[in-house]
Design a binder for this molecule. Sequence first.
Ligand SMILES: C[S@@+](CC[C@H](N)C(=O)[O-])C[C@H]1O[C@@H](n2cnc3c(N)ncnc32)[C@H](O)[C@@H]1O
Length: 422
Amino acid sequence: MAKRKRPGKAQPTKTRTQLNNARKRAAKKRAKQQAKLVDPSLVYIQNPLGAPTVVRAKGWFADLGKKLSLRLGPLEGWRTSAKLAVRASGASGAKIGLFVPKSHDVVPINGCAAHHASINTALEAISTACKAARIRGYDEDKGEGDLRYVKLEVQRSSELVQVTLVWHASSQEEAGKPLRKLVTALQQHELWYSIWANFHAADKHTSRILALEKEAWVQLAGRKRWLREPLQRSAVPYHCELCFPPFVFRQANLCAFERIVSAVRRFVPFGSAVVELYAGVGTIGLHLADVAGSLVCSDENPFNRACFRRSLKSLPPDLQQKLGYVSGDAASQVDSIPAADVVIVDPPRKGMEDTVLDALTRPPKRKSVKPYRLIYVSCGFPAFCRDAEKLMQHGWTVLHAEGFVLFPGSDHLETFCVFERT
Ligand SMILES: C[S@@+](CC[C@H](N)C(=O)[O-])C[C@H]1O[C@@H](n2cnc3c(N)ncnc32)[C@H](O)[C@@H]1O
């Protein structure tokens, strides 16, 4: 039976604005709840080419009179490298997954279709082992807990996983029994290429996932030989094994990145002198040894050079001598730019530093224009636009562009753009 209004007692009435605001608040709350349930890396999976950044990039190149050809690979099983957050769950548990955008709430993504099957198996194994060893996920508010992140990398040929446990302690001694128990529990599985710890005791104000110091890295179990990955699809007429220990950058979708390596090869004229900045372990450069006359890679991560050198040994001897590696940030390498025919850059999301852009936009001194070609691989479209606009104001023009949807389902595009100047 409907409740009757009590006579004489006035009902509090709301203004139209108050009602609208209440409706908006409720909708926002519902959207927030919904976002918590959705894997943030798969928001655009129904239409990866309709993701806002992809649409914006097409428009940006169209305004220049250029068509941006888009490349989309398999939608499932492509993620062979993943960094996942581990946060406190309940009084003593651990929740593993991705952060909801603009928050530090974790969405568990076990069984995610984008993951290589070994990553999903590894996640199950880690969750079970964490329960068995009573591992506490990191609690950001209290600044306490055991495990902060896990980093997982698959060796595609063996399907084994290199796992890094980012631990909230400054050393193995400080981590003590819980870490030992977790490693023993993990070793019940035959899944691991190697097990590493990264000791990161920094307080809750740091946004860095990994501690970068050499002493922070300790191998706890598994194979001593650093993980090797030959590229499988780029048309390189020699064998090359890239070297990926856990303390270097590795592309999350290595299979799709191989197509970018092939694209770079098409735009390096035979015999040219090449300088590659932000080169990582040499993922691109090591696959240009037959086309380049000479090539020098550099990167700020001091671990990369040792990886590059090991990979170099897998190349035929006559090609080895054409390639070199210098450790140092890109700004420290700008003196090598005026002598290069071709410069290749693959900077982090924030784009190139001003010092590098200044060196690339300085008018060439000699009659023959050097460098005359710039190959820009970008993982951050807004920064790419900023850098490209400055380049174009200083005589560079776009010769060719392609967009690679490396992470289908997310709002991301890897832009491959070749600039020229005459
Ligand atoms: C997007 S990754 C590309 C690496 C490589 N092309 C690959 O595919 O593996 C960017 C690289 O830039 C390096 N890096 C970041 N800031 C840098 C800087 N200021 N100077 C030089 N290298 C930097 C990182 O260490 C990382 O290896």
